[in-house]
Design a binder for this molecule. Structure first.
Ligand code: GLY
Length: 361
């Protein structure tokens, strides 16, 4: 299948899935059926990705039903902001694909207000001493920052633009600069978690997090870095963010090629361990497409296409009509060591496919 065929097949499949899920908040599939986190875990970080898929469907089909379902998802997220102790760094994921998309499509003061409120709570997590946005909550998470959080920064850039107020953007840039200083290794890879002393701001240690082990290279984390830094470049036009995105992308490409673009959970896991993470490939591809758009360097477009074609060929259950997922073979973490269909894997795959089709055809 070429990219255009993959897009058409994806649209057909999502249309069927949407008629079952409507405005649910799916996370993973069980026996091929997506679950719904609406009742038990409305605050879970992945709860906006179905809305993100629905907005993308609205864009490609023009069918208003998808926008209505996406707004239904957003309504379920509103109450999350009033449970302060459950709110964390992932308010960016939650609101960029729900309230911000709603506002960008239809305007509306409520969506804007809620997204700005989410941005304010996110900004309040900035640690003045360590100069990072704090990850997670509770005593055990004190002083922790994670690479994933690069993806939450666009909510702050967006808030600055809306409010004509540089404070949000400055916090985002300070976090991004601390990540450049503290997360990178010489080969262009990033670690998942860094722990700081919250009294002195000193970097204490890096942790393996969801990857194989301390010092290893969790592939989804590399993807978050590529896509996160290129978006920081797009919002600020600061060359160092583009250079950083390219550095991780080049590292990712070099490693992915070694396994014919079938991306494992960690580039450093033992060679005979076949735990994959298809979501990492799609996230990295999304980032590479944006690098191509900014630089015109065809290499990044081609490598994004290679990643998506390999994902489609090896990990998409196209022949299984009963499987709601677009993509299988995602993994939450190396420790769990389990293949899953993850809603964010579907979101980034579909987004990359739509972008590639627009550019190539
Ligand atoms: N942001 C959490 C993850 O990537 O699993």
């Amino acid at each position: 299948m070429n990219i255009h065929d993959i897009k058409e097949r994806s649209i057909d499949k999502i249309a069927k899935t949407a008629s079952c899920l409507k405005d649910a908040l799916p996370y993973i599939t069980q026996d091929g059926k997506y679950n719904d986190e609406s009742k038990d875990r409305p605050f879970w970080w992945t709860n906006s990705f179905w809305a993100g898929i629905l907005w993308q469907m609205y864009d490609v089909t023009g069918d208003k039903v998808y926008a209505d379902y996406a707004i239904g998802c957003e309504k379920k997220l509103e109450k999350v902001m009033y449970e302060y102790e459950k709110d964390d760094h992932d308010l960016g994921f939650l609101w960029l694909l729900s309230g911000v998309e709603h506002f960008e499509h239809f305007k509306g003061e409520k969506a804007k207000n809620d997204a700005l409120l989410a941005a304010s709570i996110l900004a309040s997590r900035y640690d003045l001493t360590a100069k990072v946005i704090r990850a997670w909550n509770g005593e055990g998470a004190k002083g922790l920052a994670i690479i994933d959080c690069m993806m939450n920064l666009p909510l702050l850039y967006w808030a600055s633009e809306q409010e004509k107020d540089a404070r949000f953007k400055k916090i985002a840039m300070s976090h991004a600069d601390s990540v450049i200083k503290n997360f990178f290794r010489d080969n262009g890879s990033v670690c998942h978690i860094v722990k700081f002393d919250t009294e002195t701001g000193e970097r204490l240690e890096d942790l393996g997090g969801q990857g194989y082990k301390q010092g290893s290279s969790w592939t989804r984390g590399q993807g978050w870095a590529i896509y996160g830094f290129i978006q920081s470049y797009q919002w600020t036009k600061e060359q160092r963010y583009l250079d950083t995105a390219k550095k991780v992308a080049d590292y990712f490409i070099g490693e992915a090629k070694k396994n014919d673009y079938k991306v494992k959970c960690d580039f450093c896991q033992p060679e005979n361990d076949n735990l994959y993470d298809s979501s990492a490939a799609s996230i990295a591809a999304c980032g590479m497409i944006e690098i191509y758009k900014e630089t015109g360097e065809k290499k990044y477009l081609k490598e994004a296409e290679n990643l998506i074609l390999a994902t489609s060929e090896n990990f998409c259950p196209w022949d299984n009509e009963k499987d709601m997922a677009l993509v299988n073979f995602g993994s939450e973490s190396f420790e769990k060591h389990e293949h899953l269909a993850l809603i964010y894997g579907d979101y980034y795959f579909f987004h990359a496919v739509c972008e590639l089709d627009d550019i190539l055809n």
